[in-house]
Structures are given as C-alpha cells and as structure tokens.
Write a protein that binds this ligand. Structure first.
Ligand code: ATP
Ligand code: MG
Length: 235
C-alpha cells in the first residue's frame, strides 16, 4: 500500500532522513519507533507531502506520489492524526469532525461516516455541540481520530497518539486503533511508547538519527534486548 524507497529528506542543508526504506502492506498495523528528533514526524510529513524528499521515492498503491500535493494525497485515501492532535479548539466537536471531510462532496457518505464515528466514540455524539478545546485529552484524541476517519481513509498515519495521555487512556487509545484497523483501515503509527505500539502492531521499524536501525515482526521486536534497553526502560 505504501513504500518509502531510499527516502532522503532535508531541512535546508540538514539531512534528517538518510535513505530510509519502509513498507506498509494493506491491512497491516505498522509502527515506527524512535526517540526525540530521530525524524519520526519528518517521515510522516514526507508521506503526507508537507515536506518533499530530496531523493528516493514515495510510492502509494503502485503510484509514485513525490510530486502529488497534500490535498490530493488526502483525496487518494491518506489521512492523518497529527502530532498534538491539532484540533480547532473554538469549533465544536461536530465542526471539527466535518473538517475531516473537506475534500469530499458525497453528502450521504459523509453522514454515514459521521454515524460510524459516533458508534466508535459515543461520547462524541453526546458532546457534538461542545467546543473541542473544552474536552479532556482522551476525548480530544477521539475527535482527532474521528476527524481523520471522516476523510474515509485507506491509510491512516498517526503521530504519537499516546502523547499526553494517562497510561489507562494510552491502552484505550491503542484499542481504538486496533478497532479502526479491523474496519479495514491500514495503519502506520509513529510512537515513542514502544510497548503500547508493538503490542498492537504487526511489524515495526526503529528510527535512529534518520536511519532505520532495526525492523521486524512486532512480537520479535518486543523480545529484542536492544529494544528493551532503549525503549522499555530495562537496564
Ligand atoms: N521545519 C524544520 N526546519 C529545520 N529543522 C527541522 C524542522 N523540523 C524538524 N527539524 C529537525 O529535524 C530533526 C527531526 O525532527 P522530527 O520532528 O522529525 O523528529 P521526531 O522524531 O518527530 O521528534 P519528537 O519525538 O520530538 O516529535 C530534528 O533535529 C529537528 O530539529
Ligand atoms: Mg515528532
């Protein structure tokens, strides 16, 4: 579904991604682990077309999309839950959800997807007229996921969904990701919380200062000594 081939990305003269290869197959949950400043968000932005790779290819469903603008990528089925959620705090929950459908004009489909989001997150229906900025962190996360689903994505890319959530909410948030995946959405999730991400993922990659230093099945990465030391707080 998605392939990054030897992708190199710069900010000015600084090389942030150093020829990375990543593959996400249809139906999978794939996670990208990495510490601060390793290039996780830059990888997301490269997939979305917010930054352009200086070399290498981004291939989506068999098509090279290096030169495809972000809005077009969203129409093609790539949706995102960005870092820190980026809601419109002064707009209502419903208005935020509707923003997710801005590239669509199939009114009926949009209504059906809104119902689907409310089924997944009943609390959002109860609060649909409340300003998004007044919701709890966990509820705001639901709005961010719901908004992404309103684009009717084939591929959902998420930047650190666990950020700022309590441990219980992290578990809940990852259960929701699993549920969304079961409904047929392929998921690429960027995380520092290796335990939570690997516990739901099929496969994972580890990014370190812009290079993929490890990859494999999630179950194997969870057992790896290197991962345990670097991300799971074990000496
Ligand atoms: N717009 C920008 N201009 C210049 N440098 C940038 C820009 N955005 C990010 N960088 C640099 O690129 C490197 C990777 O940043 P990135 O945001 O991809 O890391 P990250 O893995 O997402 O980190 P975090 O875990 O803190 O979110 C960092 O050194 C950062 O300072
Ligand atoms: Mg980041």
């Amino acid at each position: 579904m998605l392939r990054l081939e030897k992708v190199q990305t710069h900010y000015g003269r600084i090389e942030v991604l150093k020829f990375i290869d990543i593959e996400v197959n249809e139906g999978e949950i794939v996670c990208l682990l990495g510490g601060n400043a390793s290039g996780k968000s830059t990888t997301m932005k490269t997939i979305l077309g917010i930054v352009r790779p200086t070399s290498g290819r981004v291939v989506y469903r068999g098509e090279v999309i290096n030169d495809v603008p972000t809005a077009q990528r969203i129409k093609m089925g790539i949706a995102t839950v960005p870092e820190n959620r980026r809601l419109f705090p002064h707009l209502t929950v419903l208005e935020n959800l509707e923003m997710g459908a801005f590239t669509r004009n199939d009114k009926l489909g949009i209504q059906e997807d809104l119902k689907r989001v409310y089924q997944l997150f009943p609390v959002l229906e109860e609060r649909k007229n409340q300003r998004a900025g007044t919701l709890s962190g966990g509820e705001q996360q639901m709005v961010a996921v719901g908004r992404a689903l309103m684009a009717c994505p084939k591929l959902l890319i998420m930047d650190e969904p666990s950020m700022g959530l309590s441990p219980a909410l992290v578990d809940q948030s990852f259960e929701i990701i699993k549920e969304v995946n079961k409904q047929g959405v392929t998921i690429f999730v960027v995380e520092q919380n290796a335990q939570a991400a690997l516990s739901i993922a099929d496969r994972g990659y580890v990014l370190q200062t812009g290079e993929i230093v490890m990859e494999g099945k999630a179950s194997e990465l969870l057992k790896s000594d290197k991962i345990r030391k670097a991300y799971l707080g074990e000496a």
